[in-house]
Design a protein around this ligand. Sequence first.
Ligand code: FAD
Ligand code: UDP
Length: 400
Amino acid sequence: MFDYLIVGAGFAGSVLAERLASQLDKRVLIIDKRPHIAGNAFDHYNEDGILVHKYGPHIFHTNSKEVFDYLSQFTAWRPYEHRVLASVDGQLVPMPINLDTINKLYGLSLTSFEVDDFFKSVAEEVSTVRTSEDVVVSKVGRELYEKFFRNYTRKQWGMDPSELDKSVTSRVPVRINRDDRYFTDTFQAMPLHGYTSMFEKLLAHPNIKIMLNTDYHEIIDVIPFREMIYTGPVDEYFDFRFGKLPYRSLEFKHETLDAPVYLPAAVVNYPNEHAYTRITEFKYLTGQQHSKTSVVYEYPQAAGDPYYPVPRPENAAIYNQYKKLAEATLGVHFVGRLATYKYYNMDQVVAQALTLFKKLTGQEEVLPVLEDVLVGQNGHRLKLNGMGLHTGTKGSSRTA
Ligand code: FAD
Ligand code: UDP
């Protein structure tokens, strides 16, 4: 009998497995349908011995000391500040747009004050900033929007920025100084030995059993457990009863080149050319020394593994229906980027998992056996074998 079945061995699932095992002495079974731990953060040495991120570039950054300190128990770090260039009008210029971007693009030598005035002069007035188009045109005007954002976003999301929530392009700031870092968070670093190695340490507790290549449907009726933590797509859990939630996918084309360096920066974005959005060269991220170099191209697509929730009002409305159902589902906790349909970075998922852990810690009351009501919303019975169920009095994880 496991105390917890955790579906998904990415950040959400692995952090909870670690906390539950090490702090509450719970017996945890963590499973993943993929053949590896670490979810989308999985990295590995490719056949040439270069450390690459299988599911695209993952750069760790956070303003949360709590998250950074927590992960620091499981990894040493390599300080790393990410920089990106965008290929626009035949030039490679800093992205996010900053003072140097404007000067290089237009052959000017403006000061910070002047570029601020320039942005104000071209900015469009938008009464309520709602969409990803509004965000950009209200800051830097239509021309820069079209050069840097419109086509990249269309490629990445398969829809126009005017159809996407403002939160999407708001991720990328605009600067009037020369700061060319992609992120400005307090903590910016890469796990010194990679993400997978950090996950191995997270999951190295004797109370944690790991089962890979396993979809939870395969084991849910045969392995007894008390509660479930689910980190897969929320619509899938409920058999799509309110319709499919759109997730954007990507195809990753990995390539190794027989040269020590390929790109002039870790990432080059291609807003207006090519079917791919960006190329990443991993050695910038990892600091690895090697005579060859490995890069990945990202080709956005609708079908395939679910990587990005698509932030727009229609989808939020569908998600809210699933959310209500999730909250009413006894003994199952939904956490992570797919299960809560949130465009979260890694640190936000860690924070969300730590928050759920605190909630679970405050909910140690043992309820009587509730076999009758324990038919999960997806039709699977949550087997208790008369052991009683740990769940809460507040919140509403019990089905009506
Ligand atoms: P996941 O990592 O997706 O883990 C969920 C796991 O559940 C998966 O391994 C999946 O196989 C498993 N699963 C699903 N269904 C089932 C099932 N039925 N049975 C068994 N297992 C199942 N964040 C950053 O902070 N910085 C970055 O630079 C960054 N870059 C990114 C680049 C790309 C291309 C992508 C796609 C994401 C990026 N992210 C980045 C976001 C980051 O990947 C996520 O925040 C984080 O991995 C989410 O963790 P998670 O545990 O919620 O989900
Ligand atoms: N974006 C863009 N042009 C760029 C970089 C980003 O239009 O050169 C937009 C695009 O919609 C993208 C969003 O800003 O999806 C967020 O960018 P970020 O780099 O944070 O995306 P992620 O790394 O999560 O794929």
